[in-house]
Design a protein around this ligand. Structure first.
Ligand SMILES: Nc1ncnc2c1ncn2[C@@H]1O[C@H](COP(=O)(O)OP(=O)(O)O)[C@@H](O)[C@H]1O
Ligand SMILES: [Mg+2]
Length: 237
């Protein structure tokens, strides 16, 4: 297994408060890697630093021979590291189709657009059925699907997700995780941040547990699911 993205000694501070305290993690190409932990552990901050949306205080994020910490957010997207926004930041007054088109906005190769749209429609049939409807009229789960579909339209090499299951009904949570597995099966590398530790570790080949800004455990998803410390702290004993 080769790492497609490697984070080394990444630290991020908000003023005096260090939210991420020098973490190391790597994403193997073609795998789902889960980054799990409690509320406030620093998961979102770590993702935002990888996307260039917050500045790292130190450390590096090596991808494709460059340190993403030296790039602007749009340059990081253009290189293929694309984050699905937390809280499903879709544009509610635009149509579903217009939201999907925004995802491909930064692309330079536009030859595969129609094919990629077909793929997104196959993954999420509702986005085809509701193409001309306002995104704001979609349910919460459908808006999450649109946010993921929009990120896929950017043709990512690495997809970053921040709590895609948050606030969704159990059936919809199952559906989202099922589709993430399906997306991963096409070879796409995924970094999945979740508070839903059980579901995330179930679909992830590897996982990291973040506590108070530090990685405290790293292993395969299956072994973490069986780890007494994980069970005690995150899986309700
Ligand atoms: N914009 C911000 N300004 C100041 N502190 C923040 C900001 N965002 C997050 N924090 C703090 O950083 C820590 C990590 O937050 P966050 O990365 O959102 O954790 P998680 O995503 O794991 O819930 C928390 O203590 C949080 O209060
Ligand atoms: Mg968060």
């Amino acid at each position: 297994m080769s790492a497609i993205l490697r984070v080394t000694d990444l630290a991020v501070a908000y003023g005096q408060v260090e939210a991420v305290k020098g973490i190391d993690l790597e994403l193997n190409e073609g795998e789902i890697t889960a980054l799990v932990g409690a509320n406030g552990a620093g998961k979102s901050t770590a993702l935002l630093a990888i996307s260039g949306l917050v500045k790292a205080a130190r450390g590096s994020v090596m991808f494709d021979g460059v340190d993403l910490c030296s790039l602007r957010p749009h340059q990081i997207v253009r290189r293929g590291v694309v984050q699905v926004a937390e809280g499903r930041a879709i544009l509610t007054t635009l149509t579903v189709a217009e939201n999907l088109a925004l995802g491909s906005y930064a692309r330079t190769d536009r030859t595969m657009l129609a094919q990629d749209l077909e793929w997104v429609h196959a993954l999420f049939p509702v986005l085809k059925e509701r193409a001309n409807g306002l995104a704001g009229n979609l349910s919460g789960g459908e808006q999450q699907m649109l946010a993921i579909g929009r990120a896929l339209m950017a043709r990512p090499k690495v997809l970053l997700l921040d709590e895609p299951s948050m606030g969704l009904a159990p059936l919809m949570v199952q559906e989202i995780f099922r589709i993430l597995k399906q997306i991963n099966a096409t070879g796409l590398t995924i970094l999945l941040v979740e508070q839903n530790v059980r579901q995330a570790l179930k679909i992830a080949q590897h996982g990291y547990v973040l506590e108070n800004g530090k990685i405290v455990l790293a292993d395969t998803g299956a072994r973490l699911l069986d780890d007494p410390k994980v069970i005690g702290a995150y899986l309700g004993g």
